[in-house]
Design a protein around this ligand. Structure first.
Ligand code: ZN
Length: 133
């Protein structure tokens, strides 16, 4: 573990070279010896400057490709934009998107294949529209 961990509002955990991290607050300065719990798993915490610090997560656009089922008279359901979701990985963002959009059908989500009910999920519109527009 030797990467800087970024939190919201400019807070950081910077490796100090001895397997430990130095916590840096943009207003209160360095606070040595701060070790994120489990190295990366400090998701939220409090800082003396008054901010609640949170891991700076990435945001992904989540698209689902369309599909053509029998009984649809050859007119496919086109790709759908599910929204913008935070996650450590795109798979996490997809999981959040499914929970939000299809809360009763989360079992149909396959986190390994990144699909829901067989429809693949993408982080961009172009790829999502390749199959069914
Ligand atoms: Zn602070």
């Amino acid at each position: 573990m030797d990467e800087t961990i970024e939190y919201k509002f400019g807070h950081k955990c910077v490796p100090n070279g001895t397997g430990d991290y130095t916590f840096v607050c943009p207003t209160k300065g360095k606070k040595p010896g701060f070790i994120p719990w489990g190295y990366r798993k400090l998701l939220t915490g409090y800082c003396k400057c008054g901010y609640v610090i949170m891991l700076q997560k990435e945001t992904f656009d989540v698209w689902m490709e369309g599909y053509l089922a029998t009984g649809m008279e050859g007119i496919p359901q086109r790709a759908t934009y599910l929204g913008s979701y935070e996650g450590d990985t795109f798979a996490d963002a997809c999981e959040a998107a499914i929970k939000d959009n299809y809360p009763n059908d989360t079992k149909l989500f396959d986190k390994t294949r990144l699909s829901w009910w067989g429809c693949r999920m993408y982080d961009n519109e172009t790829d999502a529209r390749k199959s069914f527009g």
